[in-house]
Design a protein around this ligand. Structure first.
Ligand code: SAM
Length: 221
């Protein structure tokens, strides 16, 4: 079986259950136009994030890793009138493009982009008592994934859903001798999840048009 079947099924799911409107396709166009890496979640994954946000009645969402705002838009669309999403982005160019895409989607009132390294912004969010968050989506740089998850726990309530993207990495997580810091980062997180008694967690493998990877999904007890 080659990746073509995964791509075709991804397109089938997207057309059926996760069609993109103009604000989302404009966002993808902006990624290409602005020379930003094409590493957003897929449309079915964006819809998955929406399903999760609705499952926990999310009113307060935290995202690490905005890129051009594609996943932010999927998530923000589930929020009630007074709902908010804080999304953290290190790269100023990505953040500026994301802001335009979020404005274009009519979501400026609900989305707050924080520019800086997540490891610096998370303690500020904690100190400012901006939690608890109902859903946390971790999709920034991989080496500190465990630290990000520990902050997410501190910013949670019982029932908070924490989702971490890219934790399978084409199966590279099986390689105990890997020297890839990104793989080592998600391995540390995955191991932590196996011993953390504060959550019930699993990892779903994901295949699709872009890659073979996986998402960790944890519910805070
Ligand atoms: C995989 S992309 C996010 C994709 C986005 N969630 C989506 O699906 O549309 C990762 C983003 O994290 C940002 N990033 C990398 N290191 C970071 C850090 N230390 N703190 C915050 N953001 C970071 C990158 O600049 C990039 O825009």
């Amino acid at each position: 079986m080659d990746n073509l079947i995964f791509e075709k099924v991804d397109n089938y799911i997207a057309e059926l259950l996760a069609p993109e409107d103009k604000a989302l396709t404009d966002t993808l166009d902006s990624i290409e136009r602005e020379g930003i890496p094409s590493i957003s979640v897929s449309a079915p994954q964006g819809k998955f994030l929406q399903v999760m946000a609705l499952a926990c009645n999310a009113k307060n969402i935290l995202e690490l890793g905005t890129l051009a705002g594609y996943s932010t838009i999927w998530l923000a669309r589930t929020l009630p009138e007074d709902g908010k999403i804080i999304t953290v982005e290190f790269d100023e160019h990505h953040a500026a493009v994301a802001q335009k895409n979020i404005d274009n989607a009519g979501l400026s009132a609900k989305v707050n982009i924080r520019i800086g390294k997540a490891i610096d912004i998370l303690p500020q969010i904690l100190a400012n008592e901006e939690g608890p968050f109902d859903l946390v989506f971790i999709d920034a740089d991989k080496p500190p994934y465990k630290e990000y998850f520990e902050y997410a726990l501190q910013l949670s309530r019982p029932g908070t859903i924490i989702i971490c993207d890219n934790v399978v990495r084409n199966g590279a997580i099986l390689d105990e001798n890997t020297t890839d810091e990104r793989v080592q980062g998600v391995q540390r997180l995955n191991k932590f999840l196996s011993t953390c008694n504060k959550v019930t967690a699993t990892i779903m493998q994901t295949v699709g048009a872009k890659e073979y990877d996986g998402m960790a999904i944890a519910i805070v007890k």
